[in-house]
Design a protein around this ligand. Sequence first.
Ligand SMILES: *Cc1c(COP(=O)(O)O)cnc(C)c1O
Length: 443
Amino acid sequence: MAKREFVSKRAPIYRDVPDDKWNNWRWQLSNRINTVEEFEQVIPLTASERKALSAQNLFRVDITPYFISLIDPDDPDDPIRKQVVPTDAEMVPFTAMMEDSLAEDRHSPVPGLVHRYPDRVLMLVTTQCASYCRYCTRSRIVGDPSATFSRAEFELQLEYLRRTPQVRDVLLSGGDPLVLAPKVLEEILSRLREIPHIEIVRIGSRVPVFLPMRITDDLCDMLQKYHPLWLNIHVNHPNEISLELAQATDRLTRAGIPLGNQAVLLAGVNDNVHIQRQLVQELVRIRVRPYYLYQCDLVEGAGHFRTPVAKGIEIMEGLRGHTSGYAVPQYIVDAPGGGGKIPVSPNYLISMSDHKVVLRNYEGYITTYEEPVDYTPAMAAKFKGEKRPEPGQTGVHGLLDGEQMFIKPEGFDELHDRGGIQHRLKDAAKWVPLGIGSGEKKD
Ligand SMILES: *Cc1c(COP(=O)(O)O)cnc(C)c1O
């Protein structure tokens, strides 16, 4: 099968726009589409879309001329259209819906800095984007210029990072960090680089997809001064992979920036194994490594985009083994309430005994792996480095590591005391396991 050529598109109304304007990111941003009248010149709206566009409290709409040109105007179910053109389905509430479904604001020691994992943070640097995804997980703040982060809040974020040496990885997001004025973005990067314990900086951006002309040589020259810098883009459907996007990812990778993709599983957009296979294969062609495929969050406005989790597992079943390992993302459910990202996958481990595991491959071939009978782990003795502390977050690995023997739900001990009395059989020392805990062995 011959591979698809990546092409460049322009909606008919933009045919006479001179190239120097079309390829200018400032022109693209100031000519974004957001009213019924503007839409009607590019794509005839459905009744549902028209209704949404005239609704009060609608999550911000803006689409770059470049991105709207990728929509087939004659197809009301176009997968790009569904991502950025609102419909009245957005107004339909559902039972698990939340304003901040990942409880990010609760995990923020200072405004805009989400510190959920031991060694890395999410740093929100703006609420603005080049275009707005209808299923935005951060629609509670995104799009609203008055909700953006102030200078004083930026200083608070930096101050927190300086006094938190366990953070080695800072993920810049928002909003979209690449819509910031170049000077502002450069200041953020250089101030982060002054903090010695920050090892890597990553950017999450959909600018290469919405506004590939923003990825100029100048921008790449600036970014590469702050290596090691990683970038995740956000492509959901192969129709988003245009010639312009391929050229933008080429410039970024030439600047030494490793690229990943974070897609969201969306009903009616990409909830199909053949679409996902084409997507991940075309992403590796443009040197973007599929990183995560997210289950859609329980966020206002996104109800109609949700799929069962089983759809994600079915898609993963159709990717692993069927295509290059490089092209296979991890399927993730981001825990409602703030537990963080949880990988979900088909089961490949079928059974086990004390010396054997039974596994199956993607074809349904079933095999056994016979385990050694005389295994002694040597790593603990050989590891000369220092263990990185993960205060309070060693989790299930902490159980395996012998730090604790159990993790209990909140209020477990109190509940099981049943309001009882302190009596002769209750001695807390009785249920502390020998050799577990902070190095204090009982003897
Ligand atoms: C997604 C996310 C990260 C980064 O997670 P990785 O799995 O390391 O990519 C960090 N902090 C928060 C709050 C996140 O949501």
